[in-house]
Every structure is written in structure tokens, then in C-alpha cells.
Design a protein around this ligand. Structure first.
Ligand code: ADP
Ligand code: MG
Length: 396
């Protein structure tokens, strides 16, 4: 367990400079913020610190400028969003390692907020360069990491600075992510059902391995299922499969036994073109020249039933090519299944960039107990790995 912001309650925070790593990796359109979700998600941490008299210094990366100062990756457009949300002027600092950067943070008044320019404008950020981490550490009196989506990377603003600047604690958003994603695995209410899908089995082997001993059932969908089908000797036509994983899939099937559930039927088509004919077939009837693009209605109904009996559900990876209707049907059905399970009191957790996008697309985000803000980071937590940005924080 890691120390969180709330553990600092009662300590003398008045006038302290809080260096806060946030995730402001927001989409930009014509120089303005196109979606402020991530900024809004960081507000509870910022407000809490301001209310206690802290001076708040915010750091984030945006995009992949690869260590160069590139105008299109500037965090400057975030300033006006912060000003609107917080109702105060927000200062901006071009260069966090310049000689007068420290002075700029010391000039701030209690409750003031200063946003630093993109941390990835420095080549040292992604290398976790000690000098850059030192420079960041000089800008604060305490460190708060609220950037869950970047916690799986050991960068100067996530890992390096947390080793140097103490106390180093988890912000509210980070704490919530850890509570759900680690909590679900540590002590799940049962039955515990995992739903796994997506394009590739190869990217999710470690998740399957880590979840197998903990869950009561793993329901498989997406192109991942095809690799299992092929490993079982079924015809998979032109479906996306990973032949170099057939042996592994076979081994997993053997070890998992009835815990691992594959779709009984699938939706197939000859091409992904809009309007191309498609049909539902049992998994034993996939024909050459046809590809699996979704689980079918029967499989979706069965999965929904199993999800409905669960007390904990973790979902990562869409059931089909949800970007191309009608192959979104299986994914939408599973999303609805989780929503119903939530209504019945189950804990439902969704992780993974595309799965989260699918849940949002279906308008069901608010129905889930927890929708993770970090794709890669949530996957690594489900794999049971320790995230470097979290490991560097103080223990509770
Ligand atoms: P997440 O981001 O939720 O972890 P992934 O990135 O692993 O999910 O997988 C998402 C991708 O998997 C989507 O782009 C989707 O189109 C693709 N996919 C799902 N099912 C299939 C399928 N049967 N054939 C081809 N691609 C699929
Ligand atoms: Mg993805």
C-alpha cells in the first residue's frame, strides 16, 4: 500500500510547493483542448492542495515530441481550461530547468497554480535522467503523482523525481485506480469473472496467466478467441490469428480447464467493408474465405448471463471489431451486461484504451464502478506487476 494525499491531512502544508505530476496528455484541435476529461479528473487533487494553502506546480507530458521543443505539443492550451475550471489565473513556465525556474515557484502565493511546459521537451524525461529529476525535485517541497496513465513508465517526472522529493504520495485519481485495479485482484468478491478480448493474444498472455489462478471464469472474445479456435483444430478462415501462439493457446486451454470460456458462436464476413454480408455461425462452422469479426448473439447472451452472476467483473479488450458496426454488437452486449451487474451491486472494472472507448461509445461509462484512465498501466496492474511510478512513492 502506498501513502496517499489524504494521509498528509493535518501536516503543515500551508505555503508548501506541491510538485504534482498530472496526466494532461489531452487531444488538441487547432490549438485548443478538444477533450478536457483528463484535466477535470485531476481537479480534486489540485483543489485539495490549494484549500490547504499549497502552491501547486503541475507537470505533464503531451504526445511524443521525442525530447524536442515542438510547438504542436505545447501544454499552453491547457492554461485557459485550468483557469476556467479553477476560477483563478494560472501561470505557465516555459523552462523547468532554467536558472530562474526555482525563483518562479518561490514567487507563487498560497493557492497559486503554475503549469510547466511539456516534460517530454527534455530528452532526459524518458531516459529518467538524474539531472532532470534533480531539477524537477528543486521545484517542490513535496511530490504528488496523479498521472496513473504514465505510472508504468520510469521517467524523470514519474519515477526519478519521486525518489528525490519527499514526501512522495499518490494523488486522488492515482489512489482510486490502485484501489480498484489492485484491490480487485487482492481480495475479489466472488464469483470473480474476467472478460478478455482485443486483437492479440500475445499482448495479453501475462494478463491471462496472472488472472487464471485468481478468477472463477475467464470469458474470451475478440481475435484472441480465434487463436484458441485454431489451436483446438477448428477452421478459422481468414480470421486474424497468431500462429506463433498456437502452442501457448493449447497449453493455456489444458491448464485452465472449464475456467476458460470461448464463444460458442461468432459473426463472420468476407470483408470488413460496410454493408458486406455477414452471418452468425457456431464456432465449428467457420468457412474458408470468411473471417470472425465478433462473438454472436448466443455467445453474447451466455457471457451476459455469466457476468450477471458475478460479484466482481474485470473487462479488458473488445469482443469484436467494435469500430465497424454491426461488429460492435458483442462488445455493446458485454458493456450492457456489466452495467446490469453494477446495478445488482457487483464491482465492475473496465481497463484498456479501446474497451474504455467502447463503453463510452455505448454511453455506459457512468454505470461502471471504475473505468480506468490508463490503458497500458491498467494492463500491467492486472498482470500483477508493480508500476515504477507507484513503486517510487512512499509506503503507507
Ligand atoms: P484494449 O485497448 O481495450 O486493451 P486491444 O487494443 O487489445 O483492446 O484490442 C482492440 C482492437 O481489437 C480493436 O481495434 C478491435 O477492432 C480489435 N479486434 C477485436 N476483435 C477482433 C477480431 N475478431 N478481428 C480483428 N480485430 C479485432
Ligand atoms: Mg488498444
Amino acid at each position: 500500500m502506498k501513502r496517499t494525499l489524504s494521509a498528509l491531512e493535518g501536516q503543515p502544508l500551508e505555503g508548501q510547493r506541491a510538485f504534482v505530476r498530472v496526466d494532461f496528455n489531452v487531444p488538441l484541435r487547432e490549438g485548443t483542448v478538444a477533450d478536457a476529461t483528463r484535466i477535470v479528473a485531476s481537479l480534486p487533487t489540485i483543489r485539495w492542495l490549494r484549500e490547504r494553502g499549497c502552491r501547486v506546480i503541475l507537470a505533464s507530458h503531451l504526445g511524443r515530441p521525442k525530447g524536442e521543443r515542438k510547438a504542436e505539443f505545447s501544454l499552453r492550451p491547457v492554461v485557459s481550461v485550468l483557469e476556467r475550471e479553477l476560477g483563478i489565473p494560472v501561470a505557465f513556465l516555459e523552462d523547468a530547468v532554467s536558472p530562474d525556474a526555482q525563483q518562479a515557484t518561490r514567487r507563487l502565493k498560497r493557492g497559486d497554480v503554475l503549469l510547466l511546459e511539456n516534460t517530454r521537451f527534455y530528452p532526459g524525461e524518458e531516459r529518467n535522467d538524474p539531472d532532470l529529476a534533480d531539477a524537477f525535485a528543486k521545484l517542490g517541497d513535496l511530490y504528488v503523482n496523479d498521472a496513473f496513465g504514465s505510472a508504468h513508465r520510469a521517467h524523470a517526472s514519474t519515477e526519478g523525481v519521486a525518489r528525490r522529493l519527499k514526501p512522495a504520495v499518490a494523488g486522488f485519481l492515482m489512489a482510486k485506480e490502485l484501489a480498484y485495479l489492485q484491490g480487485a485482484l487482492a481480495d475479489p468478491a466472488r464469483p470473480f469473472v474476467a472478460v478478455l478480448g482485443g486483437a492479440k493474444i500475445s499482448g495479453k498472455i501475462d494478463v491471462i496467466e496472472a488472472l487464471l489462478p485468481k478468477v472463477d471464469e475467464i470469458l474470451i472474445g475478440g481475435a484472441m478467441a480465434n487463436t484458441f479456435f485454431a489451436a483446438m483444430g477448428l477452421e478459422v478462415g481468414t480470421s486474424l490469428v497468431e500462429p506463433d501462439r498456437f502452442a501457448l493457446a493449447k497449453d493455456l486451454l489444458g491448464r485452465a480447464g472449464p475456467k476458460l470460456v470461448l464463444p460458442s458462436g461468432v459473426t463472420v464476413a468476407q470483408t470488413l467493408e460496410p454493408g458486406a454480408p455477414h452471418r452468425n455461425v457456431p464456432r465449428e462452422r467457420i468457412e474458408p474465405g470468411w473471417a470472425v469479426y465478433d462473438i454472436d448473439e448466443d455467445a453474447a447472451a451466455e457471457y451476459t448471463q455469466r457476468i450477471g452472476r458475478a460479484k466482481t467483473v474485470v473487462w479488458n479488450g473488445p469482443m469484436g471489431v467494435f469500430e465497424t458496426p454491426p461488429f460492435d454488437a458483442g462488445t455493446v452486449a458485454v458493456a450492457r451486461g456489466l452495467a446490469v451487474a453494477s446495478d445488482r451491486g457487483a464491482t465492475t472494472i473496465v481497463g484498456g484504451g479501446d474497451s474504455v472507448a467502447a463503453v463510452k461509445q455505448a454511453g455506459l461509462e457512468s454505470k461502471m464502478t471504475h473505468v480506468s484512465t490508463g490503458g497500458g498501466a491498467s494492463l500491467e496492474l492486472l498482470e500483477g506487476k508493480e508500476l515504477p511510478g507507484v513503486a517510487a512513492l512512499d509506503d503507507a
